[in-house]
Design a protein around this ligand. Structure first.
Ligand SMILES: [Ca+2]
Length: 330
């Protein structure tokens, strides 16, 4: 898919249509359209080691698993002279391989959003997710088959819960009181969180390492299964396990966050990052850019391409006032 997106938009569109055709041919039965899906029965565990059943199964950590990423510039995109695995769509401009992007302070979740967290959202809100199969995984595994719109809905719900709860840790409560929002990261925020500020290719350095990420493997693993002391900010599974949605639309580089709300229509593709358990080293690099549509149709749902392209949300807390709304993108 990423190969196809290099020739965006025509080949990407052809590829997506082709993938849907294949999925439909292989599917045992066509799922109902989004409007026909009813709220599923959700079974939540009474306890889950490492997570708080009394806090929507967020991590049992002082800031409920949110980690601060300090303000500062980082090197975004890829230079094929340094990284021979780089795709063309990671190039900054015709004259420049990479660009420096200054990112204000933000917070990002240490782990991918789990099945238990997503299930708590569905159970409490009654929200009708696009694909109830997303709730079928093990509770401490990353949730997959999540439409982009549903990922944003989860983030918005979590923000409301954290704002309303008297038990929200002071660090988070203070940010929310200042007007911070819980939403998906931009792709610049995601990439900075994955590679830090030294331009490394993978979260741990410049060479692939089997022991530090779940890739080229048989399936998903529990979030945080792979210890990566070298990874920036203590984040887990930025490379591999499940693809992760961002809130950035697919746009050619150079990246400009001001473009994030411009020129979007119902056919916009949204950037997903990090590769999955089934990808090889090339697709788990910190600069890799995948794309899917928002979830108003088939394309964004992971079953389109099997579990290879399983996207998940990595909710984050950040100061922006440009949070996309479901009404504008649905
Ligand atoms: Ca991941």
């Amino acid at each position: 898919m990423i190969e196809l997106l290099k020739r965006w938009p025509l080949l990407a569109a052809i590829g997506l249509v082709g993938a849907v055709w294949v999925a439909l041919r292989l599917a045992p039965a066509a799922p109902a359209s989004i409007g026909e899906v009813t709220a599923p029965e959700v079974a939540l565990p009474t306890e889950l080691p490492g997570f708080r059943a009394d806090a929507w199964f967020l991590p049992d950590e002082p800031a409920l698993g949110f980690v601060e990423v300090p303000a500062g510039p980082f090197l975004m995109g890829s230079d094929p002279a340094v990284d021979p695995l780089a795709f063309d769509i990671e190039r900054w401009s015709p004259t420049q391989a990479q660009g420096m992007v200054d990112v204000p302070t933000y917070w990002i979740a240490r782990y991918e959003v789990t099945v238990a967290q997503y299930a708590a959202f569905v159970q409490e809100s009654g929200y009708r997710v696009a694909d109830a199969g997303a709730l079928a995984g093990r509770p401490n595994f990353p949730v997959v088959s999540v439409a982009w719109t549903d990922a944003l809905a989860y983030a918005g719900w979590l923000e409301q819960k954290l704002r309303a709860s008297g038990g929200t840790p002071g660090s988070l409560a203070g940010l929310l009181a200042e007007g911070w929002r819980v939403t998906l990261p931009t792709e610049a925020q995601w990439e900075k969180a994955a590679r830090g500020d030294d331009g490394r290719i993978f979260p741990w350095g410049n060479e692939p390492r089997d022991e530090q990420a779940n890739y080229q493997g048989p399936g998903l693993t529990r979030v945080g299964s792979f210890v990566c002391p070298e990874c920036p900010f203590g984040l887990a599974d930025m490379s591999g396990n499940a693809w992760e949605w961002t809130r950035s639309p697919y746009q050619p580089y150079p990246y400009d966050e001001a473009d994030d709300a411009a020129g979007l229509d119902v056919d916009a593709l949204w950037i997903m990052r990090g590769g999955s358990f089934s990808d090889g080293p090339q697709n788990i690099r910190a600069a890799v850019r995948g794309g899917r549509s928002s979830g108003s149709g088939w394309f964004s749902r992971a079953e389109v391409a099997g579990r290879r392209m399983a996207p998940t949300a990595r909710a984050q807390c950040q100061r922006t006032t440009k949070r996309p709304t479901l009404a504008a993108r649905g």
